[in-house]
Design a protein around this ligand. Structure first.
Ligand SMILES: [Zn+2]
Length: 656
């Protein structure tokens, strides 16, 4: 245990000059590890206490790391000692925490809410070890970090955050931190997102996305109006923005609208290839050049071809730099810019070999349940490559939580012909803090018997992700049309996205029995899988069904529909008297393993059938019963218990 008194700390707190050194400050014991990381976030400081390795309650130089994507990131340690900058940061954190504990300086309501929104995310570390890379490898990582920063700037423009950045009070670190984390001034955490006063900017100005003219967005129904126009297909195409030109609306290509930032990204992608060995990484080099060309010319489908030729065996890296997902867009049509930069985890190849022989059978089964007019297709899905994310940038870096599985691209021949890539991100939620928090959450809702089926060894969530992603390739998918109409036209964009996720999430449960029958998972592993699936759903129900601006949350809706259907089928029992596994809560959910297989078969029959027939009325009925009503799903109880623990808010660091 180090006992060195740090005189520097006294420079930052006036009080200690007269009363002698403040022991908490001097010994760095004033804040527990959880409080240290909480107040670092509140102060917008890129410092993280990784672990109290020697359990002495004292933060030490070898226990902290610098975080990426924060405005101030050290250096915190030099030659094994804390720097003056660290001492300054530490003193500021302690002062802020003491002010809050003592009722402190009068804060206005907005600032109080900002703190509450930040506190609902627990900084959870994603740390990648780059120390074994050679100089060239490290240079490649640096190029990718530069791409990440450029993509962040572009996405910030796209999402309408950049336009508001100057209005965040410069002397208010918590508001700056919220704006940085949330990609804009709005609050996003469950207890604060629906409070209009919660904002990083006084007056809570409305964020306007760059994808459509501001005036258009003043009307809440503008997406539906665009959808009805004869030129809707052009205006709502994914790689364009809508601009007003001469009094008319026109679709303008991303490469034209964002020419400067996109050319800068292209140049950096090209430059990154110089740090790769052509003998080892030829497919990645080809992709980076192709991606650079698409950032210049907006032809994303060409880059997709090069991208699809990469896999877990021919590259050690996973890189995707493109506009892809549409969840961020109020109309759910425009692709958001992102970078996923990850290392390939070879563990996927084992699952791939096990599941490949089953894919025809899997399609046959879902087609039989979906019924006419859907017919089983020849499917050739690739199972997810497992990746360990180094950094997520732009639309990828969510304020809270993280994407743990993704199938791309979303459009074009590579998607339509089943040649896309699916990945499972295996290094999120694996840190000790996240695992302990999840156990405590589920033990407040499950009874003891159900809790015994919950495992956090990482296997159940991995299999869940694999089956979820595999199911996106099965049954009625993106390109399926009923009477010539695709799902977006039949159900409307947000409901169509939700139903596709519902199918995939249902697949994660439904195919467990097939795997059990074929001996790929044991009875115990199958039970872990169902329990995990319900636990996953509880987590999303707690986050609410709609965003603060009234947009449908796809996963929240999916989760409520699944839990509701299990309850209606008697496979999940709500018992208001039963004690929860934690011994302190009353009223618990109990999974009935003997009923779950039949209930899940029935769930898949309903869900796949709705997509197969384009049955919008049946989809709306599910939403009415389980999403918009608490008659079956106890939304409020689930939220109250799950939200006692903050959500993971991932922060990134490199070990070099
Ligand atoms: Zn999905």
């Amino acid at each position: 245990m180090r006992k060195t008194v740090s005189a520097i700390a006294c420079l930052w707190l006036a009080a200690c000059g007269s009363r002698g050194p403040d022991p908490g400050l001097a010994h760095h014991t004033a804040l527990s590890r959880a409080e240290f990381n909480r107040w670092a976030l509140r102060q917008n400081l890129g410092v993280y206490w990784v672990a109290d390795a020697n359990h002495d309650g004292q933060v030490q130089p070898d226990e902290v790391t610098s975080l990426l994507f924060f405005p101030v990131a050290g250096p915190w340690v030099e030659d094994g000692h804390f720097t003056a900058r660290f001492e300054q940061a530490y003193a500021a954190m302690v002062e802020a925490s003491r002010a809050a504990a003592g009722g402190g300086a009068p804060e206005d309501e907005r600032q109080r809410l900002v703190g509450e929104d930040l506190d609902q995310g627990r900084s959870s570390l994603v740390q990648s070890d780059m120390s074994s890379l050679d100089e060239r490898g490290k240079a490649f990582v640096d190029h990718m970090l530069h791409v990440a920063s450029l993509v962040d700037t572009l996405y910030s423009t796209q999402a309408g955050a950049a336009a508001l950045a100057a209005r965040v009070p410069a002397d208010d670190p918590a508001s700056l931190s919220l704006f940085r984390r949330n990609w804009g001034p709005e609050c996003v955490a469950p207890r604060t997102e629906n409070n209009p006063a919660c904002s990083a900017i006084p007056g809570a100005p409305k964020r306007v996305v760059d994808a459509y003219p501001a005036q258009l967005q003043a009307d809440v129904g503008f997406c539906a109006q665009l959808d009805k126009r004869p030129d809707a297909a052009a205006l709502l195409s994914p790689f364009t923005v809508v601009r007003e030109q001469g009094g008319k609306l026109a679709a303008v290509s991303y490469a034209q609208a964002y020419e400067g930032p996109m050319k800068a990204i292209a140049a950096e992608l090209d430059a990154a290839t110089t740090s790769l060995d052509p003998a080892q990484e030829a497919p990645l080099i080809a992709y980076l050049h192709a991606a650079a060309a698409s950032f210049r010319g907006n032809d994303w489908l060409a880059a997709d071809e090069a991208w699809a030729r990469m896999n877990a065996t021919n590259s050690r890296w996973y890189v995707r730099a493109a506009p892809d997902e549409t969840y961020w867009d109020p109309c759910a049509r425009k692709a958001g810019f992102h970078l996923t930069f990850a290392q390939v985890d070879r563990g996927s190849l084992e699952w791939q070999a096990k599941l490949a022989p089953l894919q025809t059978e899997m399609e046959k089964r879902i087609a039989a349940l979906a019924g006419a007019p859907y017919r089983a297709r020849k499917v050739s899905f690739h199972l997810p490559d497992f990746i360990q994310v180094v950094v997520n940038a732009g639309n990828d870096r969510a304020p809270l939580g993280a994407t743990v599985g993704e199938s791309l691209p979303n459009w074009g021949p590579v998607a339509n012909e089943g040649r896309g890539r699916t990945v499972a991100m295996t290094n999120f939620y694996r840190d000790e803090d996240s695992r302990a928090a999840r156990r405590s959450q589920f033990a407040s809702l499950f009874d003891a018997t159900t809790m015994a089926g919950y495992s956090d060894d990482g296997q159940a969530d991995l299999l869940d992700t694999i089956l979820h992603e595999a199911t996106h390739n099965l049954g009625p998918a993106h390109e399926y049309a009923v009477d010539g109409r695709k799902d977006g036209a039949v159900f409307g964009g947000p409901v169509a996205s939700m139903l596709e996720e519902l199918k995939a999430r249902t697949g994660a449960l439904y195919y467990l029995e097939l795997l059990r029958q074929t001996g790929l998972v044991s009875d115990a592993q199958a039970l872990n899988g169902y329990t995990y699936g319900v636990a996953w759903a509880l987590g999303h129900i707690a986050q609410g069904m709609y965003t603060g601006t009234g947009r449908r949350k796809a996963y929240g809706n999916v989760a409520a529909i699944q839990v509701g259907m299990l309850i209606d089928a008697g496979a999940l029992v709500r018992d208001a008297q039963a004690p929860a596994a934690n011994g302190s809560d009353h009223g618990a959910l109990s999974l009935r393993p003997g009923r779950v297989v039949a209930a899940v078969d029935d769930m898949m029959k309903k869900v796949a059938g709705i997509k197969a027939r384009g049955d919008s009325a049946a989809a709306q009925a599910l939403i009415a019963r389980y999403v918009d009503s608490s008659e079956v799903v106890p939304h409020a109880i689930i939220a109250e218990r799950m939200l006692r623990e903050p959500r993971a808010s991932f922060v990134y660091a490199l070990r070099r």
